[in-house]
Design a protein around this ligand. Structure first.
Ligand SMILES: C[S@@+](CC[C@H](N)C(=O)[O-])C[C@H]1O[C@@H](n2cnc3c(N)ncnc32)[C@H](O)[C@@H]1O
Length: 252
């Protein structure tokens, strides 16, 4: 991750008031909702005696939602704008066991073996740092973007996050890296599903709020968007194929 990520997320937080888009869409999950499965796994390993870290907590809405399941929850992010929103939400919700701070994922300001549990919800995944600050027998959980995410959309645009890496399995690469860093992978699963946007305006709004194309420009990309919308037009809107991976690993 780089400075351009920081700028990108600062811009999104300013424009949308956090990490969210107002784009209307429906989801179709033929093999389960990965976000629900990630949450189930996180709850399974949670505990009132546990100290947990959320890497790339963004506007903190998820961090704050699960804070009550833990003794103490830390959230770090590189974007000051996202953190400002997170702190505002924390104050509004009066949550006292969450510590939200600015930090770079690659240089985490925590001592060795500090955390019982660490997770990244579509955030950075610096495995060497995670391996250093997690306790032995602690769990690391991640939900991340798969290699086939938005493939058809990126092909029409001729660019995008992970463009062309369609056959390099993220699940395998990540699992192998975790093993090298001293983890045992206990759960890893790919999820393929669809989002249906009712019209081009909602797909456009969605694309402004995510890093699929960090340089997305609604004027310059008008033709790409039109061409994609025509090609992937389904009965109730425009289909966008998604790919997520959920991984759970235990530190040996
Ligand atoms: C896709 S968002 C994560 C959303 C959030 N975890 C959630 O559950 O809604 C990715 C976040 O990671 C943060 N990020 C990106 N690179 C980073 C880095 N090197 N160090 C810390 N945070 C980073 C971004 O600022 C952004 O807020």
């Amino acid at each position: 991750m780089s400075i351009s990520d920081q700028k990108f997320y600062d811009k999104v937080a300013k424009k949308f008031g956090g990490y969210k888009s107002e784009a209307i869409h429906e989801n179709h999950f033929p093999s389960g909702n990965p976000e629900e499965i990630f949450l189930e796994q996180l709850i399974k390993y949670s505990g009132k005696d546990k100290t947990v870290l959320d890497i790339g907590c963004a506007d903190g809405r998820f961090t704050l939602k699960i804070a009550e399941k833990f003794y103490k929850i830390f959230g770090i992010d590189i974007s000051s704008e996202m953190l400002a929103k997170a702190k505002q939400f924390q104050e509004e919700q009066n949550i006292s066991n969450a510590i939200l701070q600015k930090a770079e994922a690659e240089k985490l300001p925590f001592q060795d073996k500090y955390f019982d549990l660490i997770y990244s919800r579509r955030g950075p995944s610096p495995y060497a740092e995670i391996g250093r600050i997690i306790k032995s027998s602690g769990y690391y959980l991640e939900i991340c973007i798969g290699e086939k995410d938005g493939k058809e959309l990126k092909e029409v645009f001729g660019r995008g996050q992970g463009f062309g890496d369609w056959n390099i399995s993220v699940a395998k690469t990540k699992s192998d890296n975790l093993v090298v860093k001293g983890f045992k992978v206990v759960f890893v699963h790919d999820y393929f599903y669809s989002e249906i946007y009712p019209d081009i305006e909602n797909l456009n709004l969605f694309l402004q709020s995510v890093p699929i194309f960090k340089d997305f420009d609604q004027e310059k990309d008008r033709e790409n968007l039109r061409s994609y919308s025509e090609k992937f037009n389904v009965s109730n809107g425009i289909e966008l194929k998604r790919h997520r991976i959920v991984i759970v690993a235990e530190k040996l």
